[in-house]
Design a protein around this ligand. Structure first.
Ligand code: FAD
Length: 408
């Protein structure tokens, strides 16, 4: 018996078999992009100098070797990223009429490029893989607690009460002094009954994001005793597998990102004929990446049988709630700058940007591929890769568990 979600969950009808089929087809395309292409395998971000809104981050840094990030020296930065950086200069942007200089009011995430372009560093995502780093303890507990208690929504129904009582048993009352933006207005606008499925969506995205991080930790776990990297079933069960709703939320996030790709599928195909999509005149994505991108576009079109069903923010009340939703998501993205482990912060920031980009594509009808900044597109592709991986590992771990049980 596998712990696979197969019931209708709030705003999605997650067809597990379909997702599994899709992710195995799509996954084979990712390594070409996320590992081999200069464009998608690197990222630019403000990793060290962005302000943490919760506390002075100086005391919080993780000294573990596993947390360190190798940044790229000037000579190592791929040409494509150098080109893109040039076009970030305001004067050049105007010259080239880049589409991605657009209204940041539509953003769901705090984006480094917008506020701190000069302080950014370049990193190779391949050289700094997301995996177990040893970062844990009070610091991580406070960050996750801040995210769940201050920035996720309270939903007043049986399912969420069960989740909440589980959380309450973990979180000690009074240990939770941090709050980002004052939420007084939320008390009025966020009553439990308003925009319920939209609130549920935010909670699910965050829980799925957390479960996906946990999956990668357990799939790439450092066994100090044997001095080797390994898959750790106990770790996965304790963090993900024993909580069916967390697996469900991984699938939910897969569905969400997949939908974002479905929305831009036609535009992805056009990229082959339109090198201006990312702004520089000659976008040097190699032929294999283009082929993979084309295949992804083709695959997304094939998989158009939509897995997310409901209309979001459709009535007047939930429309009004959208700004609150956006602010909560934005605040969570800022908390990523409080993460005290460099490598965890890198991947936390990247994936929050990926989810924020998917939300922008899905919830802001006027947003198209050409409106996205390069870092958003790279984050979207890599976040899709990460979540596809987590879907795959949830199957792998469950099969492994079943095999272990049958031996016993
Ligand atoms: P935690 O994962 O810290 O969870 C805290 C509590 O939250 C749990 O006890 C449970 O009550 C609740 N909870 C757990 N999972 C969920 C869920 N999916 N949905 C809802 N509630 C949940 N460590 C690494 O080794 N590598 C990384 O790359 C890494 N990246 C991180 C990125 C961020 C943004 C943060 C905040 C932390 C990161 N960490 C990383 C640390 C890691 O997430 C854990 O905090 C750490 O491994 C300790 O885990 P834990 O078992 O104590 O529970």
């Amino acid at each position: 018996y596998l712990l696979i979600p197969n019931k209708e969950v709030a705003l999605t009808e997650v067809d597990t078999d379909a997702i599994y089929g899709m992710q195995s087809r799509v996954r084979s395309l990712f390594p070409v992009m996320t590992e081999q292409s200069d464009y998608f395998s690197n990222y630019k971000l403000n990793l060290y100098r962005a302000e943490c809104p919760l506390w002075d981050n100086d005391n919080a840094m993780c000294s573990s070797q596993g947390c360190a990030v190798d940044t790229l020296g000037e000579n190592e930065v791929p040409n494509i990223w150098k080109q893109l950086s040039e076009f970030e200069q305001p004067s050049k942007k105007n010259e080239k009429e880049c589409n991605w200089e657009h209204d940041s009011k539509l953003d769901y995430c705090y984006l480094d490029e917008v506020s701190s372009g000069q302080e950014c560093v370049y990193v190779s995502l391949v050289g700094n893989p997301e995996r177990f780093t040893g970062y844990s303890g009070d610091h991580t507990a406070t960050i996750w607690r801040t995210i769940y208690e201050q920035n996720c929504f309270v939903i007043d129904d049986d399912e969420s009460s069960q989740e909440k009582s589980k959380r309450d048993s973990f979180y000690k009352p009074g240990m939770y002094p941090f709050q980002l933006t004052p939420k007084e207005d939320d008390i009025i606008s966020v009553s439990p009954s308003i925009a319920c499925q939209e609130k549920r969506m935010l909670n699910k995205i965050i829980s799925g994001f957390h479960a996906s991080i946990s999956s990668h930790i357990c799939e790439n776990y450092y066994d100090a005793e044997r001095n080797r990297w390994t898959r750790n079933l106990e770790c996965w069960l304790a963090k993900v597998g024993n909580y069916p709703e967390r697996i469900e939320n991984i699938f939910f996030n897969y569905a969400l990102l997949h939908q974002a790709f479905v929305k831009i599928a036609d535009q992805l195909e056009d990229m082959e004929y339109n090198n201006n999509t990312f702004c520089p005149d000659n976008l040097a994505i190699d032929a294999r990446t283009k082929l993979a991108f084309d295949n992804l576009a083709f695959q997304s079109q094939q998989d158009r049988k939509v897995i997310m069903s409901s209309k979001l923010f459709s009535d007047e009340e939930s429309q009004r709630f959208k700004e609150t939703f956006r602010r909560h998501f934005h605040d969570i993205s800022r908390i990523m700058d409080c993460v005290g482990c460099d490598k965890c912060r890198l991947w936390g920031k990247l994936q929050m940007t990926g989810y924020g980009t998917a939300l922008k594509l899905l919830l802001e009808s006027e947003t198209h591929l050409s409106d996205l900044r390069p870092s958003e597109i790279v984050a979207l592709v890599n976040t899709f890769d990460r979540i596809a991986h987590s879907v795959q590992s949830s199957f792998w771990f469950q099969l492994r568990r079943r095999a272990d049980l049958s031996v016993k």
